[in-house]
Each structure stands twice: as structure tokens, then as C-alpha cells.
Design a protein around this ligand. Structure first.
Ligand code: GAL
Length: 334
């Protein structure tokens, strides 16, 4: 009897241990099936209103695409407007073996050097926001067209400039407040190395001249996308040119916010004795357009752009082919 009991006990223990083992195996099974992709994102600088919205949306959108079995570990770094620093950050991404890189270049002139090393490391690369242009100033950049794992996601800045000019052309007086037959303006420019700044500066005025209006440039000055600089430049221009200024074109809304404060401080009134234009359609500026404190802005669709960039990155992670260029439209806000 004693022998039978001990045999039964041993059998019970063996069964229990085997059962436990099975449970463990079952519990760990899903974990083995989870695939975590490592994503590196470098932003030219964090201290930029528009790129802050953009980078936050990249992170949020990756989260929404996660499933029980697919995760995205997204690391976003601040390149602090320093190309050498950004180049080091890309080296680190490569050493860490990131599965895909999303890059907002500090300087488009360094695009080749960065593309070469990321391609050599066989990591797909999605360039965003700062477009390296081809030799004819167009979308034929070899680093992009010749490399199937490199693409650019952006908005065509010519369109945003054109929309700014059209908003002025559509005003009853077409921006000619004093009726002297010409539109006298100042232009507050973003980063001059950046095609967004170049195109907005050129195409806003081209829209007016193409429509047959005469223009007079009183001043064009670089404000580097920065609110405080926009304020400084506009304040100095208002004291130098006074009522001669009919239109203040700003390449982005941050600088327009600065200009708006300068306009108020100078005792001028948007919509009555001066017009003010920006680009980006930051929430604050959309509100100002509604209130009449800004004449117009142009929506730079950070949601559309960030989602497209992430969708393309995910395509690349799944081994699918990507196009060279992806475009997201601007929208007029007036
Ligand atoms: C532009 C945007 C600016 C600034 C810049 C950075 O598209 O309008 O506000 O964020 O990108 O490259």
C-alpha cells in the first residue's frame, strides 16, 4: 500500500511539473511572436513650432499602428540646428541597427553624405520637410532618384507661396491700400538654405505679378523661421518705412506672430491699413485669421505629412517598394 501511495505521489508530481511546463510555454508563446521595430527620427531642431507638431504626430501615429504582435520603438532626437551633431546622431542610429530612419535634415547640402552612409548600412531612409533639390532646382535629386530605399515626403512649397500671393490678389484692393498702383511689401524670409523659404519668397510675388499687379519690394530679410526675429525685422521695417508698407509676407506663421505684435505696437491695424500673411496654419494663427488679426495663412498639413512619412516607413519595414517622392497638398486659410 505504502509503495502504491509513493508511486501515485511521484506520478502526481511528474504530471504537475509537466503541466506547469505547458502553462509556461503557452504563456510565453505570444511574446516570442511580438516583433519590435527600431525607428530613428532626427529633427533639425526641437525649438520650432511647426516641426514640434510634426514630430509629435509621428510618435502618436506610430502608436496607433501598433498591434499585439507589431510594436514600434520610436526614438526622436533633437539635432539642435547643427549638421555635425545630426551626422553623429545618424552614425549612432546606424550603430544601434535601427530598422528605418526618418530624417529632417539640418542642411540639405549635406544630404549626399548622410544618404550614402544610411544606404551603405542598408537602412531605409525617409527624408521629410527639407527637400534636397536636383541640379535644375527640381525633384531630380540623384540621392533620391537613384536609391530605391530613399524617398522624400513633403509639400510643394511653390504652392504655399502661390496661395499667399493669391490671398492678397483676391482682396478688394488687391493689397494696394494707398491706391498708388503698386503693392508695396516687405518679405520676412525663413532659412535661406531651405527650398520652403526660397519658393515661398519667389512664388508669393510671382502670383501677384502673373495676375498683372505691380509690386514694390521695400525690404527682404532673413528671420530663420523664428518668432522673435520676425518681430524684430517687422518692427524695424515699420519704423523705417511707416505707412508705405501695405503687405507683410512671412515665410511661416511663427515669424508672422512676431510681425503681428510689431504691427500692433506700431499702432497699425491688420485688414485696415496693412495686410499680414503667414504659412503653416498654426491653431493660434487660424484663430487670428478668423478674428481679422491676420489676413491669411496656408495650412502646412503636418498630420498628412507625418502620416505619409510613417506609412512609407512601415512599407519599407515590410519590405515593400517605395516611390521617390510623396506630396501632401497645402490649403489656403483666409
Ligand atoms: C517649414 C515650416 C516652417 C519651419 C520649417 C522648418 O515647412 O513652414 O515653419 O518649420 O519648415 O524646416
Amino acid at each position: 500500500m505504502k509503495k502504491l501511495i509513493s508511486i501515485l505521489l511521484v506520478a502526481l508530481m511528474v504530471f504537475a511539473v509537466a503541466g506547469c511546463g505547458n502553462n509556461n510555454g503557452g504563456g510565453e508563446q505570444p511574446k516570442d511572436d511580438v516583433k519590435t521595430y527600431e525607428v530613428g527620427v532626427a529633427i533639425y531642431k526641437f525649438d520650432d513650432n511647426f516641426m514640434t507638431l510634426y514630430r509629435n504626430e509621428i510618435v502618436n501615429y506610430f502608436k496607433t499602428l501598433e498591434t499585439d504582435t507589431v510594436k514600434y520603438n520610436v526614438e526622436v532626437v533633437d539635432s539642435k540646428n547643427d549638421m555635425a551633431e545630426q551626422s553623429n546622431q545618424i552614425d549612432t542610429f546606424i550603430t544601434q541597427g535601427k530598422d528605418v530612419i526618418i530624417l529632417n535634415l539640418v542642411q540639405t547640402s549635406s544630404a549626399d553624405a548622410i544618404i550614402d552612409k544610411v544606404v551603405a548600412a542598408e537602412i531605409p531612409l525617409v527624408l521629410i520637410n527639407r527637400e534636397p533639390l536636383g541640379p535644375n532646382g527640381d525633384e531630380s535629386y540623384e540621392g533620391i532618384t537613384k536609391n530605391p530605399t530613399v524617398c522624400y515626403v513633403g509639400a510643394d512649397a511653390r504652392q504655399s507661396g502661390t496661395y499667399q500671393g493669391e490671398i492678397v490678389a483676391e482682396l478688394d484692393n488687391h493689397g494696394d491700400i494707398n491706391g498708388d498702383g503698386k503693392i508695396s511689401y516687405i518679405m520676412i524670409i525663413g532659412d535661406p538654405e531651405n527650398p520652403d523659404a526660397q519658393y515661398r519668397t519667389e512664388y508669393s510675388i510671382k502670383a501677384l505679378t502673373d495676375a498683372g499687379y505691380e509690386v514694390e519690394e521695400l525690404l527682404a530679410q532673413v528671420g530663420n523661421w523664428d518668432q522673435a526675429k520676425g518681430n524684430e525685422i517687422c518692427a524695424a521695417a515699420l519704423s523705417q518705412f511707416g505707412e508705405q508698407i501695405e503687405v507683410v509676407f512671412c515665410n511661416n506663421d511663427a515669424m508672422a506672430l512676431g510681425a503681428a505684435a510689431a504691427i500692433t505696437a506700431a499702432g497699425r491695424k491688420v485688414g485696415e491699413d496693412i495686410y499680414l500673411l503667414g504659412v503653416d496654419a498654426l491653431d493660434e494663427c487660424q484663430q487670428m485669421v478668423k478674428n481679422g488679426e491676420m489676413t491669411g495663412t496656408v495650412l502646412n498639413d503636418h498630420v498628412g505629412q507625418s502620416h505619409t512619412a510613417v506609412d512609407v516607413a512601415v512599407k519599407a519595414l515590410n519590405g515593400e517598394a517605395m516611390n521617390n517622392y510623396y506630396w501632401v497638398d497645402y490649403v489656403k486659410v483666409k
